[in-house]
Every structure is written in C-alpha cells, then in structure tokens.
Design a binder for this molecule. Structure first.
Ligand code: RIB
Length: 308
C-alpha cells in the first residue's frame, strides 16, 4: 500500500497562445475544469498504474470537493481518509497553458491548508501500515514534517516531491529517503546554482549531507539526474511533443513509488517514471493526462508513433 498525503485542487485551465506578462491581458482559448492538485494527481497516477493507494488530504464541503473525491474513487484510490472541512473552499489552481506546453500555476490552497497535525495524528495507524509515503508541499509545512516523522519512525520509505519550491530545515530533511526536486526547487533548497550537471550534483550532495539518502533531480526535456553520496547517473528524457506539462512531475513521482513498491531497484523505477512522465506531457490537463498501466506496457510502440 502506498499512502499519498497532500493536496486536492480543482484546476481552472485556460489554453493560450502566449502567457501574459505582469500587468498584461491576453485573450485565451478554451477553458476547462480538471481534477488536479499535486497530491490528488500522484494518487490517481498510482491507482492507474495498478498499485493500492490511499489518500490523506482535505476538501471543502462543496461541489468541487465532491467532484475531486468521486474522480479519485473512480480511479480506484481509497478516499476514506479525505477529510471534508467546514466553511472553506476546496483548493483551486488557476492554470495558463501555452502552445509549447509550458504553464503558469497559482494555487489558492483553501481546504488543503486546513489539514492539521492533529488530523494526521488521528491517522497515525494508516501511515504506519503502509509501505511508502509520498508527499509534496501544497499542505502546511508542520503537517508534512509531522507525516515524515511518523512514517520514518515506523520504518517506512518516504518520498518528498518538494513542490512548490521551499527551503527545508535539517530536521525536515533527515526523515526523507528520496527527494525529487526540479532544478528550480533544488536551487531554493540549497541556495546553490543549478545550471550545469556538476552544479546540480554538488547541490544534491549538499542535501545528502543533511541526511537524505537519494536525490532525483528532474530536468524536464533534459531527463533527470539520480544522485547518492557516491554515485550519480543521468537518465535521458524521451523525445516526445509536449502539449501540456501539467502533472508530469506528479505522474513521475507516482510511478516511482509504484515501481519501488513492487520491489524494483531505483534505476528501474526511474526508467519507469520517465516513461510515465513522457506519456503525461503529450495529453492535456492534470488527472486527464495520467496514463494507465496497460498504456505504459505498450510504451515502445506508443513512442515509435509519437517520436519527434
Ligand atoms: O503539479 C500540477 C498541479 O499543481 C496541478 O494539478 C495544480 O492543481 C497544482 O497543484
């Protein structure tokens, strides 16, 4: 069983030929509401890839929350630990997606920030009876810190996707087994430049000196770099036409957890996650873009048909 602790958002998405500059108004194209939130996306990705997953998070008592919960249930996520909070809106993300697939996202956390340390303590046994705990940073920091502590104390594997970017204390970092920042998040975490491969490896090792065992730095279309105390390995990205990068990081993290939960080694897990991430960027939206296990099985044929 994998437990995802984190955010659930309704994504309000506008496609646009060009992203606006500060103060500028641009005319967009279509508008869609799509289930999202980094936590929800990771949980949905895991369920679609065939693993058992339960989600701990919060929604408001509103129509958006209901849609998000039902959508996760449809995918097979155990939603029994999603808490409905009174007098607060479900989390919402305003997303602009440009033609190249790049995006801009602003999140109004709403109910996600109502998840408390007490809520988590009441679900301690759920966390303790899981194999892997996967988290992100769209809930309050003390909650993430507490969850990592509970999981680590129970000897569980912890994966933290440190998105959105934030700096984290040593007590926080020491309970993380695998950290999966992108270059920007790595820069925020370490204060180091992350423009070259050597800079990225050095920055990742700074985190490893603070108690993390493994760091996987995701680099978008440049692939990713896996770093431990003594080793480093570059994984090249698949060359596919990106339509919308939303949730690519989430599906990568979900896939990583799925593969590790079946006993695969880290390198095989990263290879699998790279495939899932590549499939995600070729389809629009957050949870609408997450591939299913059967689709990933046919990855090689899928890739031949789509290679740039
Ligand atoms: O990682 C993508 C997600 O970030 C979106 O679904 C949005 O809700 C924001 O949380």
């Amino acid at each position: 069983m994998i437990t995802v602790i984190g955010s659930l958002n309704m994504d309000l998405v506008i496609n646009t030929s060009k992203l606006p500059k500060p103060g500028e108004t641009v005319m967009g194209k279509e508008f869609k509401q799509v289930p999202g939130g980094k936590g929800g996306n990771q949980a949905a990705a895991i369920a679609r890839l065939g693993a058992n997953v339960q989600m701990i998070g919060c929604i408001g008592k509103d129509a958006m929350g209901e849609v998000l919960k039902k959508s996760l249930e449809k995918d097979g996520v155990d939603t029994n630990h999603i808490i409905e909070k009174e007098n607060i809106s479900t989390g919402v993300a305003a997303i602009l997606v440009e033609e190249s697939g790049g995006n801009m996202i602003t999140v109004a956390p709403g109910a996600n920030f109502e998840l408390t340390v007490d809520d988590l303590n009441s679900k301690k046994d759920i966390i303790q009876n899981t194999d892997i705990v996967l988290m992100q940073l769209e809930t309050k920091m003390d909650v993430v810190e507490n969850a990592l502590h509970i999981a680590k104390e129970a000897g569980k594997k912890t994966i933290l996707n440190p998105a959105p970017a934030a700096s984290l204390s040593h007590t926080f970092l020491k309970n993380i087994d695998i950290l999966t920042p992108n270059e920007t998040e790595l820069e925020t975490l370490t204060g180091c430049e992350t423009d070259t491969k050597d800079q990225i490896v050095n920055a990742a090792r700074k985190l490893i000196n603070n108690g993390i065992s493994e760091v996987i730095v995701t680099l978008g279309e440049k692939g990713c770099i896996y770093v431990t105390e003594n080793t480093e390995k570059v994984f090249k990205a698949y060359k596919v036409k990106s339509i919308d990068t939303t949730a690519a990081g989430d599906s990568f993290n979900g896939a990583l957890a799925v593969s590790l939960s079946t006993g695969e080694n880290i390198e095989t897990a990263i290879e699998f996650a790279m495939k899932v991430g590549a499939m995600t960027v070729t389809t629009e939206g957050a949870q609408t873009s997450l591939p299913y296990k059967e689709e990933v099985k046919g990855f090689n044929t899928w890739l031949k048909e789509r290679e740039k």
